[in-house]
Design a protein around this ligand. Sequence first.
Ligand SMILES: Cc1cc2nc3c(=O)[nH]c(=O)nc-3n(C[C@H](O)[C@H](O)[C@H](O)COP(=O)(O)OP(=O)(O)OC[C@H]3O[C@@H](n4cnc5c(N)ncnc54)[C@H](O)[C@@H]3O)c2cc1C
Ligand SMILES: NC(=O)c1ccc[n+]([C@@H]2O[C@H](COP(=O)([O-])OP(=O)(O)OC[C@H]3O[C@@H](n4cnc5c(N)ncnc54)[C@H](O)[C@@H]3O)[C@@H](O)[C@H]2O)c1
Length: 468
Amino acid sequence: MTRIVIIGGGPAGYEAALVAAQLGAEVTVIERDGIGGASVLTDCVPSKTLIAAAGTMTSVRDSGVLGLRGAELATVNLELASVNSRVKGLAMAQSADIHARLTAEGVRIVAGQGRLSDELRGLAAHRVQVVDVEGNVAEELEGDVVLIATGADPRVLPGAEPDGERILDWRDVYDLEEMPEHLVVVGSGVTGAEFASGYLEAGVPVTLVSSRDQVLPGEDADAAAVVEKVFQSRGGKIAERGRAASVKRTEKGVLVELTDGRTVEGSHALMTVGTVPNTAGVNLEQCGVEVTGSGHVVVDRVSRTSVPGIYAAGDVTGVFQLASVAAMQGRIAMWHALGEAVAPIKLKTVAANVFTHPEIATVGVQEKSLPDATDVDVVRLPLATNARAKMGDLHDGFVKLFARRSTGVIMGGVVVAPGASELVLPIALAVTKGLTVADLAQTFAIYPSLSGSITEAGRRLMGADHLA
Ligand SMILES: Cc1cc2nc3c(=O)[nH]c(=O)nc-3n(C[C@H](O)[C@H](O)[C@H](O)COP(=O)(O)OP(=O)(O)OC[C@H]3O[C@@H](n4cnc5c(N)ncnc54)[C@H](O)[C@@H]3O)c2cc1C
Ligand SMILES: NC(=O)c1ccc[n+]([C@@H]2O[C@H](COP(=O)([O-])OP(=O)(O)OC[C@H]3O[C@@H](n4cnc5c(N)ncnc54)[C@H](O)[C@@H]3O)[C@@H](O)[C@H]2O)c1
C-alpha cells in the first residue's frame, strides 16, 4: 500500500487526501491549526459569510426603489456579535464536516507541525516529523509520497504590525466587539477590495489605500472601474496611488502614513498587503526542494517539486491563490503519484471571482492578457440593457465575451454583476470545452434572466461576417 503523508489540511491537503484514500493509499494528514485550513477557518469561508450578511443589509436598505416600505428599512443594521458568532460557528462546522469525511474515508489526522526530516537525499521514501505545541518531535512518519500543502499567511508590513485591536489583519476582524467607526483598508488587491466593499455595505465608513493606478490591479480596467464607481457612490473613499509606509496607534484610533507624505486617519486599519507562503521550518531547502525568491515551492503542472516523491499544491506554490486551484493541484498530485490517468492543470480554464459589490467573475483571457488582439472579437453588453436587471434595479455591470475571430471559439469572459460567481459557469464550460459563439447563441436561456446576456453576447459575436 502506498504511504502518503500530507503536510497541511486546507483545500489542497484535504482534497488530495480524499483522492488518495479513494485510490487505496494509506494516508496521513498533519495539520497544525484545524482541518479545512485557513480557507475554511479564517480566510475564504469567514469573509464570504461576512459579505453575505453585509450584502443582505444593503439590499434591504436599497429596496425602497422596488416599492418596499417600512420605517425600519433605512435603519436596518448588523449586530456584530451575531455576525461574528455565525461566521465562527459556520467555519467550525465546515471544518468538523471535512474532518468527519476524512476519518470516514480512513484518513489518519495528526495534530501538529509537519517538517521534512530526510537525512539523505535521493532515497525512495521520505521522512516527516510531527512537532507538537511544546516543540517536541511527537512522531516520525515515513511516506512513499509527501505533499506539501502548507498554504500562506498574511504578509506583515514592517512599521504596521497588527496588534489585534486597532491594527488588524483579515484574520483578526471576527474578534472585534464593535463595528469600526472608520476603517482604513491598506492594499487594494482582491482581499482589500472585498473587505472594503463588505464593510462599506455593512454601514462602516471606509477609506481604501490603493497603491496602484486602479483598485484590483489584476482585473480589466473597465471591470475595476465599475467596482470603484459603486464603492465611491456609496460614500467609500479611495486614497489613490497611496502606498502605506507605516500605521501608528493614536489616542482615537490609527494614523496611516503614506510614502508620499499624505496621512489617513481612522478608528481601525485593516492590512491587506498580500501573503507569504508557509515554508519556514518545513526543511524544504535542506531536502533539495527548489523554492523561488519569494519562498514559493516550484512545481510543474502535475504538482511535482524538484525532488522525486515530493509534491506541492495550493498557496504555498503561488500558482493562482484560489481554493479551487489548490484543491485541483492536490488531486492532480495524488492521481499522478498513484498512477491514475491525469491531465496537467490548465490555468486558462480557471474561473475566479471577486466578491465585491458588484462581483467580478472571470475565466480565460481578459483584455489585459489577450494573446493576439487581431484575431479576437470582443463584445460587452451593459447589464442595464437586460430586462431582468431592470426588474431588480441593477444598473452597474456588464457581460464581456472574447472569441477567436477565425473559429468563433470562446476564449474567455468577464461578468460584472451581483451574483457574477454563479453566472460565469456557462462561459467557464465554453472555455474548458472549446465551445463556439454559435454553441452559446443557440442555447436556451431563461427569459428574463441575467444569463440571457451571456447567450445574447454569443449571438452578437455570431453576427460577425467572417463566421458567415
Ligand atoms: C481573505 C481571503 C479570502 C479568500 N476568499 C477566497 C474565495 O472566495 N475563493 C477562493 O477560491 N479562494 C479564496 N481565497 C484564497 C484561498 O483561501 C486559498 O487559495 C486557499 O486557502 C489555499 O488553500 P491551501 O490548502 O493551499 O492552504 P490553506 O487553506 O492556507 O491551508 C493550509 C493549512 O496548512 C497548515 N499548515 C501550515 N504549515 C504547516 C505545517 N508545517 N504543518 C502542519 N500544518 C501546517 C495551516 O495551518 C493551514 O491550516 C481567499 C483568501 C483570503 C486571504
Ligand atoms: N475571492 C477570491 O477568490 C479571493 C479573495 C481574497 C484573496 N484571494 C487570493 O489571495 C491572494 C492574495 O490576495 P491579496 O489581495 O491578499 O494580496 P495581493 O498581493 O493580490 O494584493 C495586495 C495588494 O496590496 C498592495 N500593497 C502592497 N504593499 C502595500 C502598501 N505598503 N500600501 C498599500 N498597498 C500595498 C499591492 O500593490 C497589492 O495590490 C490572491 O491571489 C487573491 O486572488 C482570492
